[in-house]
Design a protein around this ligand. Structure first.
Ligand SMILES: [Zn+2]
Length: 400
């Protein structure tokens, strides 16, 4: 995995000249987080806080057309000019550079990125290159990208290649729950898969004195507590929130889970730390049929189960797997279009996991053999859980 050298947070927070002094605790967050029904209409008003007069709006073509029209109307009525850029599907260096170059002569005050995780991450990279703040408007609650000061980078073909970090967090994160409620259920559920990992990964980092967060710091108690509340929220409200999306209704359960998927998970992972759950998940993107058919949070769900088995916590893994089964997340290899006998796929995933820097946050030495056996243990657990609970929710979501 490569890390873009544009800005290296470790050099700021954990420089090598600190000797044996442990890294400091660092907490990172966006400046403002605003969530609720119809908040999209207020974007122009929120931008008045940063005195923006001319903005670039990055969004995907097609799916977000309605949100785009609403955003542009809101900006116009607040007297803010806008330039629109169309996001073309992958958060690659090529995509980020093309938008930054196209906008370099436009004299804009900020970049608004409206869309899914990859569009949002592209917007952060564009804003960094233009030297402007970024405003994030997630149209899905399928991942925890909105609040963080980093982008996960992919090749133009969609294989995860690394990450890029930024000195500034998003200025605003504006989540309109009316838009989230109108999106397919599968996206909200995938967000729960991504968010559930947060507590388990932060817990590993908190308990291991040698573990560091994404910026090279020690986890804060605040971010770990946030991660724990995130998991509790999903166990309690996850099913009801998914039902709300099926009914296209915004209710308290949905508001609570959207906050868990977006704010709690975002703050929890960035300042609490990552571990093997995300290492395994990102490695699945190297298998084309997995990358083409599954969402990030679905791969993280499988990674979380593997991590819990690696930690020798089978009871907790079973509890999580049962929850995943009830909301429709994959819990065994067959549900990711993989076969437990496919040695070459398992090798790709275990080698990829070792290359992911935060796998080293685990308390034990992580070897390819350990990764492989954790994945297979999680797979067997998943099969047993499916036998007990059935796979109706998973099947329904895969048809979405
Ligand atoms: Zn994630």
């Amino acid at each position: 995995m490569e890390v873009s050298t544009a800005y290296l947070p470790q050099a700021i927070f954990a420089p090598s000249d600190r000797g044996n002094v442990p890294p400091p605790r660092v907490f990172i967050s966006p400046q403002r987080y605003i969530q609720g029904r119809d908040v999209l209409r207020g974007v122009g008003r929120y931008l008045s806080l940063m005195r923006a007069k001319r903005v670039a709006l990055l969004m995907s073509e097609g799916r977000n057309r309605n949100e785009g029209v609403q955003l542009l109307d809101g900006l116009r009525s607040a007297g803010i000019e806008s330039v629109v850029g169309i996001f073309r599907g992958e958060c690659s260096i090529e995509e980020i550079t093309a938008h930054a170059e196209a906008l370099s002569k436009e004299r804009i005050d900020c970049v608004i990125a409206a869309g899914g995780g990859k569009c949002i991450d592209t917007g952060k990279g564009v804003a960094f290159r233009l030297g402007t703040p970024v405003v994030i408007v997630p149209t899905l609650a399928s991942n925890d990208a909105p609040c963080s000061a980093l982008s996960v980078l992919y090749s133009p073909e969609g294989i995860c290649t690394g990450a890029e970090f930024y000195p500034n967090s998003p200025a605003f994160v504006v989540v309109d729950t009316g838009i989230i409620a109108a999106a397919p259920e599968r996206y909200l559920v995938a967000g729960m898969g991504d968010a559930m990992a947060t507590w388990y990964e932060a817990r590993v980092c908190l308990l291991n004195p040698a573990a560091v967060t994404t910026v090279g710091a020690r986890p804060t108690l605040a971010s770990c507590a946030i991660g724990e509340v995130c998991a509790q929220t999903l166990f309690k409200e996850g099913r009801a929130a998914a039902a709300a999306v099926v009914a296209h209704t915004v209710n308290e359960s949905l508001e609570t889970v959207v906050e868990a998927n977006t704010l709690l998970s975002g703050l929890g992972f960035e300042s609490g730390g990552l571990a093997v759950a995300h290492a395994v998940a990102q490695s699945y993107t190297a298998i084309p049929r997995v990358h083409a058919n599954y969402l990030h949070g679905e791969m993280v769900a499988m990674g979380t189960l593997a991590q819990l088995m690696m930690e020798s916590r089978p009871d907790e893994a079973a509890r999580v797997a049962e929850f995943f089964a009830t909301v429709g997340l994959p819990i065994h290899l067959g549900q990711l279009s993989l076969d437990a006998d496919d040695q070459s796929a398992l090798e790709v995933v275990s080698e990829g996991t070792l290359a992911f820097p935060f796998a080293a946050n685990m308390p034990m030495p992580v070897t390819a053999e350990l990764v492989r056996s954790a994945i297979l243990d999680a797979h067997r657990l998943g099969l047993a859980v499916v036998k007990k609970t059935g796979d109706a929710a998973y099947r329904r979501l895969q048809r979405c």
